[in-house]
Design a protein around this ligand. Structure first.
Ligand code: MG
Length: 385
């Protein structure tokens, strides 16, 4: 029996790598639905190859263009609810959420609430809607992390009792600017910030890795995913990017997951869990490998400090953190603001925020919208865009 799979965001970095694995193990999967935001050229080739029953193009103009070129017999969903409809599709067994940004939350909730197994690459949905996802999971559904650090932690935690966990460590390479002073980063170009030394990733997460915001978001993601208090979660810089996560137990023993820096490994683990497949990526040769660990430099990477503070404050602070960050990162990618302005914008909006409890989706979306508007306003006022 082939597993029926839905991939939300199939033309992004995680989406294309997921399809690459499915291509190599086609006897295991039947692709029932694919979605893209606007990359209809790549999307068409995916649709022709993987023959899904349902597709969605979220950008309305591109959706109309796709309608004219798509193969016959395909059902194109165009409503704003399409991602939720496909995430909760009756026939789907496994949903991969490879969307970018807080927009992925509705799909995450739809998948979990309808009892699906969700392979989650969209960390922002856990960051902004963690309490809601945790609540929904009590009634069914399952989340398997695709984020490499969380996949590593998940693998270390298999078979262990939560009470036996002393601490979890999220590793990070330190990004392209490790060792640099923050003051030196004024004026760095988009291409420098995008040039990650270890991982091949999409633009948004590459910038988050350069500012270390990515680690902050991952701490919040881990907190909700594993239901572990923030005091027990630590970030450690590991420039080789070979150890992806570590769990320390109360007896002093530490388990680590080690592997090449290749996203296909955590994707494969989530797709086939609890099975493992042979030879998905090149094997590591342990001879002559060295591992370095160091604490993160919070003074020179303010985004991580800001994120950890927002996490500790809880309530709606992580929603604001994420919204302001998304706006600032895209603004930097469009060369509207300087790299060092990213944390300044986020900090300003967090300072002005009146926190509320996260009890429902409407609250998340309202706080998210207001924070985005405020971020746009600051960028317009201070930077002229
Ligand atoms: Mg990660």
């Amino acid at each position: 029996m082939r597993k029926k799979i839905v991939i939300l965001g199939s033309t992004g970095s995680i989406g294309t790598q997921t399809l690459e694995i499915i291509r190599n193990f086609s006897e295991h999967f039947e692709v029932v639905a694919l979605t893209t935001y606007s990359n209809i050229e790549l999307f068409l080739s995916q649709v022709v190859e993987f023959r899904p029953k349902y597709v969605a193009v979220m950008e309305p103009v591109r959706a109309q263009e796709f309608k004219k070129i798509m193969p016959e017999g395909l059902e194109l969903l165009t409503s704003t609810e399409a991602l939720m409809e496909l995430a909760s599709l009756n026939e789907a067994e496994l949903v991969v959420n490879a969307l970018v940004g807080a927009v992925g939350l509705r799909a995450t909730l739809a998948a979990v609430s309808s009892g699906k197994v969700l392979a989650l690459a969209n960390k922002e949905s856990m960051v902004v809607g963690g309490p809601l996802v945790v609540e929904a999971l009590k009634k069914g559904g399952k989340v398997l992390p695709v984020d490499s650090e969380h996949s590593a932690l998940f693998q270390c935690l298999v078979g262990e009792k939560k009470e036996a966990v002393e601490k979890i460590y999220i590793t990070g390479s330190g990004g392209p600017f490790r060792g640099r002073k923050w003051s030196e980063l004024k004026g760095v170009g988009v291409s420098e910030a995008l040039a990650h030394p270890r991982w091949k990733m999409g633009p948004k997460i590459s910038i988050d890795s350069a500012t270390l915001m990515n680690k902050g978001l991952e701490v919040i993601e881990a907190h909700f995913l594993f239901q572990i208090p923030y005091e027990k979660i630590e970030v450690v810089i590991h420039p080789e990017s070979l150890v992806h996560g570590l769990v320390e137990f109360i007896d002093g023993s530490i388990k680590a997951q080690i592997g090449p820096a290749d996203m296909r490994l955590p994707i494969e683990y989530a797709l086939f869990y609890p099975q493992r497949l042979e030879r998905v990526v090149d094997r590591l040769n342990l001879n002559h490998l060295t591992f370095h660990f160091e604490p993160p430099d919070l003074n020179n990477f303010p985004c991580l400090k800001i994120a950890l503070e927002a996490a500790r404050r809880g309530k709606s602070y992580p929603v604001v953190l994420n919204a302001a960050n998304e706006v600032a990162v895209y603004s930097f990618l469009k060369e509207e603001i300087d790299f060092v302005t990213i944390p300044a914008i986020i900090e300003k909006i967090l300072e002005d925020h009146n926190p509320v409890e996260i009890n429902d989706l409407e609250t998340v979306e309202k706080v998210d919208r207001l924070a985005r508007e405020q971020a746009q306003k600051i960028i317009k006022q201070e930077c002229g865009f």
